[in-house]
Design a protein around this ligand. Structure first.
Ligand code: ADP
Ligand code: MG
Length: 352
């Protein structure tokens, strides 16, 4: 659907050249919700702007539905762009026009009758749940409502692709959720391919089926969300994943010498990570029973991604000499990754 082949983008500025994209190759399938995550400056916005040729790549190809954008005439490119909707972090609405007029704007000059435009805009208002705001101006809307107008406007020409550049970054977590829900609905209902650009792993986790991690103009890791979360390869990917997890709080507790982590000689603090196909709840009660140890959970961060449990637990485990070692072996055999964070017998080990 969207094929990016060896994309390069160099900006020439007064102070020299900036290599914003370095040999980016990605394949985004029809109808999927694809995430592109990276810190500020990684090249994400440049990449989306290259997808619709708002920015012309310095090298490489952008192929959408089999058409290479670089080979099109200006007129063909304008036509092609109509099939690509875009929404932005700061909504980019026209202040002096009503909600209705903002949504109707992309439909103008396409030979639609007034009735057609009215009916289309009303359908879109209904879709984004803003029927009662048709005649209101953007300044009278909340951030979430503004983004709903942005989405309706982006969908006016029935695009095949929707590009979202930090579309929820200016919104609070609750509103973010409702916008993501709407995007999911739009994806399902119309089969639109959605590309989500974000610096928030939470967003990727919530909505995407596949994602790419960008760093310094390059794609450093790519694949299925479950795979990325269960077996991240790159350091940067791990740090993005940690940002959505409470498990790293344990290191702060240890640094702060909290009484919670002040363990006895027969205790260990373990970090358990569920790998593919491991089950969550029962395994803790099984080891407690079978090996006669006591386990208390300090932090838990287990959730279901694509119908499998993922995440982990921080536990304190207490048992007789040798038993804890047996538990660790048992867990490993059952596809649970185990890391000893603190051993009551030894001095503190901190692995950040
Ligand atoms: P992101 O969206 O991930 O924050 P950008 O694509 O905006 O990253 O920027 C990537 C790099 O390209 C940055 O170093 C940025 O300063 C530079 N850059 C972006 N746009 C321009 C431009 N129009 N002219 C010059 N440099 C730019
Ligand atoms: Mg950006």
């Amino acid at each position: 659907m969207i094929e990016l082949k060896n994309l390069n983008k160099i900006y020439s500025t007064k102070v020299g050249e900036v290599e914003a994209l370095k040999d980016v190759t990605l394949n985004i399938k029809k109808g999927e919700i694809y995430g592109i995550i990276g810190f500020s400056g990684a090249g994400k916005s440049t990449l989306v702007r290259c997808i619709n040729f708002l920015e012309k790549p310095t090298g490489g190809e952008v192929v959408i539905d089999g058409r290479e954008l670089g080979s099109l005439s200006n007129r063909e490119l304008r036509q092609e762009r109509k099939k690509i909707g875009m929404i932005f972090q700061h909504f980019n609405l026209m202040k002096s026009r009503t909600v209705f007029e903002n949504i109707a704007y992309p439909l103008k000059g396409n030979g639609h009758s007034k009735e057609e435009i009215n009916s289309k805009v009303n359908d879109l208002l209904k879709l984004v749940d803003l029927e009662d705001k048709a005649n209101v101006y953007p300044s009278q809307l909340s951030g979430g409502q503004k983004q709903r107008v942005g989405i309706a406007r982006a969908l006016a020409n029935d695009p095949k692709v929707l590009l979202c550049d930090e579309a929820t970054s200016a919104l609070d977590p609750q509103t973010t959720k409702s916008i993501l829900r709407l995007l999911k609905e739009v994806n399902k209902k119309f089969g639109i391919t959605i590309v989500i650009i974000t610096h928030e792993m939470q967003v990727v986790k919530e909505i995407c089926t596949r994602a790419a991690v960008m760093e310094d103009g390059k794609v450093v890791e790519e694949g299925n969300i479950f795979k990325i979360f269960s077996e991240p390869r790159e350091k940067i990917t791990k740090s993005f994943i940690d940002s959505t997890s409470s498990l790293t709080n344990i290191y702060d507790l240890i640094k702060d010498k909290s009484s919670v982590v002040d363990i006895k000689e027969n205790e260990k603090i373990l970090k358990l990570k569920y790998l593919e196909n491991s089950t969550s709840e029962p395994i803790i009660s099984i080891v407690s029973r079978e090996f006669n140890v006591d386990t208390s959970i300090i932090f838990g961060n287990v959730e279901i991604i694509q119908e499998a449990p993922i995440g982990g637990l921080i536990v304190i485990i207490r048992g007789e000499e040798g038993q804890i070692e047996k538990v660790i072996d048992y867990l490993k055999e059952n596809k649970v990754e185990v890391e000893v964070i603190k051993d009551g017998k030894l001095s503190t080990k901190i692995t950040a």
